[in-house]
Design a protein around this ligand. Structure first.
Ligand SMILES: *[C@@H]1O[C@H](CO)[C@@H](O)[C@H](O)[C@H]1NC(C)=O
Length: 370
């Protein structure tokens, strides 16, 4: 770009100042949501299941996706939704179930408006999640972000979603689909399996639990004895969950029992993941690794960039410390963050109730500090 004219440069400084002021924690109104562009409209192609009149959420042709929704990760959720719709052969058959913390700002109404503005024909429901129901169960973990109550919302899917929903794909908010999610939906779950997810058997499974766990004769290897296969690590950011089996096996209660034990006796360091390993490692139905190309958020301590693992990619997952939107905003994106950027609907901070962006021209220069 050629050297900017002085007037234009002054304008850029003004814009930069206003953006800084707007992004400051104090300047942002409580509960004000960022603003997002409207995504393109996607329609069902040939061969999609015909909608059953009046069936609503109980329509057997639907693919059910469950995600959490909060102000902090909303930009990630929006990109994830957009990517799922864009790559779906039957986008109108996707039904989204969003779990949002009940007492938090923004409220359900505001989240609903934000979703409807970006995805006018999205089929979804928002379920208020009682965060205080889990806060008493949460123990401190290695990363503060892992302690947020909404991280534990996946334990409550079977309680919150309508009983007619037979299974759900749970997805973290820092994912992008680059393939038709129906392929993942159609994963066959043998009678013994409640959860399907990609497994990582080369990861050192011992590392996910403390010495206190492994050395306890009532815990350790005994917990995993008699499983269908040797226990392996799996990531809970992408799971297909059979909700009926989850309910009949009372797994919510079983997760909570492990969380209770963790409070008494530190058996693991991570947040919501280990109870899932304790209950399902060696029992999960393995899904192709293409459905969780995880770790793109980078190293947990250094936040350094990580490349994709070998093999095909259907879903990219920015698990780990760094998030693509933060790195892009900071001007230090990792190479794969540019892929995420192509699904980013964010157009600026501001109050979602404001119909239009502020007009720079109407600002009086006397209001500025110089
Ligand atoms: C796995 O991790 C445990 C605990 O950190 C360690 O003692 C063990 O040597 C590791 N095993 C391998 C094969 O690296």
């Amino acid at each position: 770009m050629a050297a900017a004219a002085p007037a234009m440069r002054a304008g850029l400084v003004l814009v930069a100042f206003l953006l800084l002021a707007a992004s400051g924690a104090g300047a942002r109104a409580e509960g004000a949501l960022p603003r997002f562009a409207e995504a393109p409209e996607y329609r069902n192609g040939e061969g999609c299941p015909a909608a059953v009149a009046g069936a609503g959420v109980c329509d057997p042709g639907l693919v059910h996706i469950a995600m959490t929704l909060d102000a902090h990760y909303l930009r990630g959720s929006m990109a994830a939704i957009y990517s799922l719709l864009k790559h779906a052969s039957c986008p109108e058959s996707l039904f989204f179930h969003f779990l949002a913390a009940d007492a938090a700002a923004p409220g359900v109404g505001e989240l609903r408006s934000a979703l409807a503005a970006s995805f006018p024909s999205l089929r979804f429901e928002i379920y208020p999640f009682r965060a205080d129901a889990v806060t008493g169960l949460i123990s401190a973990s290695v990363r503060a972000a892992l302690e947020a109550p909404l991280n534990y919302a996946r334990n409550y899917l079977a309680d919150l979603l309508p009983k007619c929903v037979p299974r759900a794909i749970y997805l973290d908010s820092d994912v992008l689909a680059v393939d038709d999610v129906r392929r993942l939906w159609e994963t066959r779950l043998p009678a013994a399996a409640v959860v399907a997810a990609p497994e990582y058997c080369h990861a050192n499974f011992s590392r996910y639990f403390t010495d206190a766990f492994w050395s306890d004769p009532d815990l350790g290897a005994r917990v995993f004895a008699g499983r269908r296969r040797a226990p392996c690590y799996f990531n809970t950011g992408v799971m297909v969950i059979d909700l009926r089996r989850w309910r009949s096996g009372n797994y919510r209660h079983r997760v909570e029992q492990w969380m209770e034990l963790q409070k008494e006796k530190r058996i693991y360091e991570l947040g919501s993941l280990p109870p899932f390993l304790l209950l399902f490692a060696g029992e999960v139905e393995a899904v192709d690794h293409r459905w969780n190309q995880h770790g793109l958020g980078g190293d947990n301590i250094l936040g350094s960039c990580r490349p994709l693992h070998k093999g095909p990619v259907s879903l990219m997952h920015w698990s780990g410390k760094g998030k693509p939107w933060d790195r892009l905003d900071a001007g230090r994106p990792c190479p794969l963050d540019h892929t995420w950027k192509s699904y980013d609907l964010y157009i600026g901070d501001g109050d979602a109730s404001q119909a239009s962006a502020p007009s720079w021209a109407s600002l009086s220069s006397s209001a500025l500090p110089w």
